[in-house]
Each structure stands twice: as structure tokens, then as C-alpha cells.
Design a protein around this ligand. Structure first.
Ligand SMILES: Nc1ncnc2c1ncn2[C@@H]1O[C@H](COP(=O)(O)OP(=O)(O)OP(=O)(O)O)[C@@H](O)[C@H]1O
Ligand SMILES: [Mg+2]
Length: 241
């Protein structure tokens, strides 16, 4: 595994952003190290998806700067951010329904260690379905394809928005296994938005909690997992299972 201690891959500096008529994120600052895994937690509607979209350049940025891999990407187009090495699995998955699994992977491929074959090795189910069209896949298969597609883009940073949402437990287990393997075998930093708080904290080293578009807690995932009272207060009792 590549050790790049201290090197920052993503930096947000006083980011205030939202949509045309609304400001959602206010003065968000954060620094993600190369190869770190971060959880982004918080109740519904606090701005988690907006944060990932802002990193991708898909929102209206009012104030602040965004750094990626040593450069300033504040004004960079979304597709250039992808080319620069940010992989994004949105909450909607957004695979191409009229392309096959293999074609979906092919169009997203950029040079690097992650090839289609390696994605198939990570998700054997996708290999079995390689000639099926996107609209012939189950929800779980679509999600595997969305993750696989981000990986063959060979990102330095992978943004995942609720990748386990709506999936059967056995599929969630497959994805968790893939995530763990990815962490072991690849030097990819990850930002994971996840409603299942305990799962998110298990899969990451660092966490931040958003409330009403602001960061209200940040620190080691293990510390937050151990602090039940704080967890219940920050993300809600029913979620702190
Ligand atoms: N396209 C949009 N235009 C205007 N406002 C939006 C848009 N998308 C989201 N919002 C608003 O921004 C706020 C934050 O939404 P966001 O989707 O980032 O929350 P979230 O934390 O991801 O929620 P969830 O847990 O439900 O996915 C909400 O008040 C939402 O209504
Ligand atoms: Mg969301």
C-alpha cells in the first residue's frame, strides 16, 4: 500500500455553496489526506449530497476555494474534475440504461491500475452480466456497476453517496467486502456519505457530521462510534443503531 502521510488530496476552504436560490453549505472547511477514508454523516437534508456535488462542481459556489491533488479546482468543469481523478457515485447511480455493463465500464475507463477485468474481479456478478443492458440490472447490480464505473476511471478520490441505500443485506455485504478490499489494495481516498451511521464509522477512519450545512463535529470515526450520547445527539437516536 502506498503511504503518503500528511499529503492532502482534497481541501475545502470556507466553502459556501448551494443552488440558484438557496445557500445550503456555509463556511465548510475540510482536508482529506491521500488514502484516507472519511464518513460524512448527518440527518436528512443537512447538505451531505450538496457537499459531494460541490466537490464535483455541480452546485453554485458562493464563497471559498476547493483544492484537489495540489491544484485549485474551484472553477474547473465537472468533466475535467473527473479527468483529474475524482470519481463520483451519486445517490441516483446514473448508469447508462441503453449501454451494456461492459460498455458502461468502457466509456468511463481512464488509464491506471483499475481495468474492466479488475472491476469484474471485484464484482463477479457484473462479469456474469457484462452483456446485459443497464436497464436489465437489479438495484444491487446497478450499484456495483456505478462503483465499478467510478473505479475504472482510476480516481485518486472516490465520492460515494449512500451506496448501500435500498439494497438487500446480501448485496450490502458484497459492497462492504469490495470496499474493504479497495481500502487494502488501492491508494484511493474515499468520502462516504451514509445514513447507517455505525456501518459508516466502521468503514472509515475519519468522520465529519453536518447539521444545517455546517460542520458540527469532526474527528476519528472510532471516537464518535464510542461516544453513544454524542452520536445520538448529532445524528439522531433512531439512526444510532
Ligand atoms: N436542486 C436543488 N435545488 C434547490 N435546493 C435543493 C436542491 N437539492 C437539494 N436542495 C436542498 O438542499 C438541502 C440539502 O439537501 P441535500 O440533498 O444536500 O441533503 P442530504 O443531507 O444529502 O439529505 P439526504 O440524507 O436526504 O440525502 C435541502 O434543504 C434540500 O431541499
Ligand atoms: Mg443526500
Amino acid at each position: 500500500m502506498v503511504e503518503l502521510l500528511g499529503a492532502e488530496i482534497l481541501g475545502l476552504d470556507g466553502v459556501t455553496a448551494g443552488y440558484r436560490d438557496t445557500v445550503v453549505l456555509e463556511q465548510v472547511s475540510a482536508s482529506v489526506g491521500a488514502n484516507e477514508a472519511w464518513a460524512v454523516l448527518g440527518r436528512n437534508g443537512v447538505g451531505k449530497t450538496t457537499l459531494l456535488m460541490t466537490i464535483m462542481g455541480l452546485t453554485v459556489l458562493r464563497e471559498g476555494r476547493i483544492r484537489f491533488d495540489g491544484g485549485d479546482i474551484t472553477n474547473m468543469d465537472t468533466h475535467r474534475r473527473v479527468q483529474a481523478g475524482i470519481g463520483y457515485v451519486s445517490q441516483e447511480r446514473e448508469i447508462f440504461p441503453s449501454l451494456t455493463v461492459d460498455e458502461n465500464l468502457r466509456v468511463a475507463t481512464q488509464p491506471g491500475e483499475w481495468t474492466r477485468e479488475r472491476a469484474y474481479d471485484l464484482f463477479p456478478r457484473l462479469a456474469e452480466r457484462r452483456r446485459n443492458y443497464g436497464n436489465q440490472l437489479s438495484g444491487g447490480e446497478q450499484q456495483m456497476l456505478a462503483v465499478g464505473r467510478a473505479l475504472v476511471g482510476n480516481p485518486k478520490l472516490l465520492l460515494l453517496d449512500e451506496p448501500f441505500e435500498g439494497l438487500a443485506p446480501v448485496i450490502i455485504d458484497t459492497l462492504i467486502g469490495a470496499f474493504a478490499r479497495l481500502r487494502r489494495e488501492s491508494a484511493i481516498a474515499t468520502v462516504l456519505v451514509e445514513q447507517q451511521v455505525e456501518l459508516a464509522l466502521e468503514l472509515t477512519q475519519q468522520a465529519l457530521v453536518l447539521d444545517k450545512g455546517q460542520i458540527v463535529w469532526r474527528g476519528a470515526s472510532a471516537d464518535l462510534a464510542a461516544d453513544r450520547d454524542n452520536l445520538a445527539m448529532l445524528v439522531g437516536l433512531q439512526e444510532a443503531r
